[in-house]
Design a protein around this ligand. Structure first.
Ligand SMILES: Cc1ncc(C[n+]2csc(CCOP(=O)(O)OP(=O)(O)O)c2C)c(N)n1
Ligand SMILES: [Mg+2]
Length: 358
């Protein structure tokens, strides 16, 4: 049997790159506070991101993965989820984590090399960010299974990059979520790069959203730089999952306006032309124009918002700097209830080694 039918994936956009509204907004946006809260979250994330890079360059944190240009994805997820849904993030998801109650200083603590930053003080439902590519997708399906088993009306929301969609874990997770009807929302941050590998070398699929179809999962491709489109699509997907119990996939199309991490130099492989063009489409400029045109947002209000957000970031940096340092070797202590003998030896060896170098 051969399949001739063309599979159609709908693309969703509300704001064009100039911030002009392309179609009427749903009623939920008659709430001005929602709109300014969304913008505040964008600005906070951007300023935190810039500050974190400076902190890494001055040796105050160890490494950092910037989300510059991709903030709208996380802000939408963080705002649309219910408090007792479960978020299973990867390393570019601070925008959503902040909205979910993870503290800014906890994120700095994590990237400062202190794993205790993942033991969130205010957010007990969500998972720590995942660095091994795509493994979080399988964890999310397990969590969705548990939510269904417990008859909870909640959704496991998991994110991954475009590169992660080439991994077996991605296909396995989708297959199982589809076959077992598990309440999972998959959101792909398609930022066009997996470190230095461009999307076109990653897949021959017409879109990443198409990858959901073989698993029997509905999918939509969204302009990931359009915060309104992202918020509407994530909200609708969550609602649909709650109603039907079936999973859903969103491909958010965006661009990485930064190095892969602070350990990378993107000028070695990213064309300046592509970067310049992507910068014109980024989410903050567009949303500010929309606010100015539709909500009479002034430059003065904008400056005040930036000052307030920078103040919040600076306070978090101070809080991070004042955190007590981790006792040497403590990072051995949290994987097992009882540390196995060989790790007891390794821990001692580590502490002795430190003493020798003092
Ligand atoms: C299992 C595994 N293999 C390889 C790596 C190294 N690695 C780190 S980031 C990355 C690329 C990921 O690209 P993508 O999924 O597009 O996410 P992005 O970083 O672009 O957000 C790779 C291969 C890893 N962290 N884990
Ligand atoms: Mg990527």
């Amino acid at each position: 049997m051969s399949i001739h039918q063309e599979l159609i994936i709908e693309a969703s956009q509300y704001l064009d790159t100039n911030g002009a509204l392309l179609k009427p907004l749903p009623d939920v946006f008659s709430d001005n506070k929602l709109i300014t809260d969304l913008y505040q979250a964008l600005v906070l994330t951007r300023l935190f991101d810039e500050t974190a890079i400076n902190l890494q360059r001055t040796g105050i944190i160890g490494t950092y993965a910037s989300c510059r240009g991709q903030e709208a994805i996380g802000v939408a997820i963080g705002h649309a989820m219910l408090a007792d849904d479960v978020f299973i993030p990867y390393y570019r998801d601070i925008a959503a984590q902040f909205q979910r109650g993870v503290l800014l200083e906890e994120v700095l603590q994590y990237w400062g090399g202190d794993e205790r930053g993942s033991n969130f003080s205010q957010q007990v439902n969500d998972f720590p960010l995942c660095v091994p590519i795509a493994t979080q997708l399988c964890h999310a399906v397990g969590i969705a299974f548990a939510l269904k088993y417990q008859s909870k009306p909640n959704v496991a929301v998991v994110t991954c990059g475009d590169g992660a969609t080439s991994k077996g874990d991605f296909y396995e997770a989708l297959n199982m979520a589809g076959a077992m009807s598990l309440p999972t929302l998959f959101v792909i941050n398609n930022n066009q790069w997996a470190i230095s590998v461009p999307l076109e070398r990653q897949t021959a699929s017409p879109s990443l959203a198409h990858k959901a179809l073989a698993a029997g999962i509905s999918a939509v491709q969204v302009d990931g730089n359009d915060l309104l489109a992202m918020y509407i699509n994530v909200s609708d997907a969550l609602e649909q999952i709650r109603q039907t119990g079936n999973p859903f996939l969103i491909e958010a199309v965006t661009y990485r306006l930064s190095d892969h991490t602070t350990a990378d130099d993107a000028t070695r492989y990213m064309s300046q032309k592509a970067l310049t063009s992507a910068k014109q489409k980024e989410p903050l400029i567009r949303f500010k124009r929309f606010l100015a045109e539709q909500h009479s947002w002034t430059d003065k209000e904008d400056q005040t918002l930036y000052q307030q957000c920078q103040q919040q970031v600076d306070t978090a940096v101070e809080a991070y700097k004042n955190l007590p340092t981790q006792p040497p070797g403590e990072f051995f202590d949290f994987m097992y209830e009882q540390l196995p003998g060989n790790l007891v030896e390794q821990k001692q060896e580590f502490i002795d080694g430190l003493k020798r170098h003092e």
